[in-house]
Ligand binder design. Structure first.
Ligand code: NAP
Length: 246
């Protein structure tokens, strides 16, 4: 029997990350799903993922902490022996105008979104290099491309992820490791549920498709870029945004 492929998805227990996890589970990948919150109900998630007949390892790790990420990757390798796909999805927002933004909120967003992407990738890449095979997909955002008032911390982190991804795509191509960014626009998750109706209406008016995207629509693109059919796309940023940014 062919060995199952293995995907590590950070922030894989809810929102876009969970939709990505389900997409890979349906394709028969074993999964390592990372999360950070004490509120996450692992028993419920374990029961839910049983239906896919794959193995799922849930690991609580703060991606902003390098040593914890090293430990998470070690545990993943001990359990599955390999990591074929890494999706750096974990991310937060702490929005404010620059005049009101605290240094703490600026640093927190950079530490989780950008440094977290480095922390996990740095620990996974040696195993992919040894295998001369791997796919990395990093979640950026359209605001990492065009900026957004009230999100200088978040936009900077998402722009940083684009530069990071292009650089590692160049470094790792010779080892057959492909790295790309997915840049979602306005997706219906907990992250956007905090916005009030008038802000949402205003955003819809800027989206040619006049609606939010779903987590599944993002997951389909991530799966394509990280799956076996992608053999020649690397270093790219692909938007999934209903035409919001062209
Ligand atoms: P979400 O619903 O708020 O979920 C965020 C995920 O990140 C959760 O699983 C959370 O874990 C995890 N996480 C947060 N801090 C972490 C940390 N320090 N260590 C490990 N995991 C951590 O967000 P989402 O909307 O699905 O967004 C997923 C990704 O897409 C993010 O990178 C986001 O920036 C990007 N994105 C989203 C949108 C959008 O419109 N929603 C648009 C563009 C880009 P817990 O469940 O344990 O808290």
């Amino acid at each position: 029997m062919e060995e199952r492929k293995v995907a590590l998805i950070t922030g894989g227990t809810r929102g876009i990350g969970k939709a990505i996890a389900i997409k890979f589970a349906k394709q028969g990948y074993n999964l390592i799903l990372n999360y950070v919150s004490d509120k996450t109900n692992i028993q419920e998630l374990e029961d839910e993922f049983k239906q896919y007949n794959i193995e799922t390892l849930f690991i609580k790790t703060d991606v902003s902490k390098f040593d914890d990420c090293e430990n998470m990757v070690k545990q993943a390798i001990e359990r599955f022996g390999t990591i074929d796909v890494l999706v750096n999805n974990a991310g937060i927002t702490k929005d404010n105008l620059i005049l009101r933004m605290s240094l703490e909120d600026f640093e927190k967003v950079i530490d989780i979104n950008l440094k977290g992407t480095f922390n996990v990738t740095k620990n996974v890449v040696p195993y992919m290099m040894k295998k001369r095979n791997g796919k990395i997909v990093n979640l950026s955002s359209v605001v990492g491309i065009v900026g957004n008032a009230g999100q200088c911390n978040y936009s900077a982190s998402k722009s940083g992820i684009i530069g990071f991804t292009k650089s590692i795509a160049k470094e790792l191509a010779s080892r057959n490791i492909l790295a790309n960014c997915v840049a979602p626009g306005f997706i219906d998750t907990d992250m956007t549920s905090i916005l009030n109706d008038s802000i949402k209406e205003n955003i819809y008016s800027q989206i040619p498709l006049k609606r939010m995207g779903s987590s599944e629509e993002v997951a389909n693109l991530v799966y394509f870029l990280a799956g076996e059919e992608n053999t020649y796309i690397t270093g790219q940023v692909v938007n999934v945004d209903g035409g919001m940014v062209m």
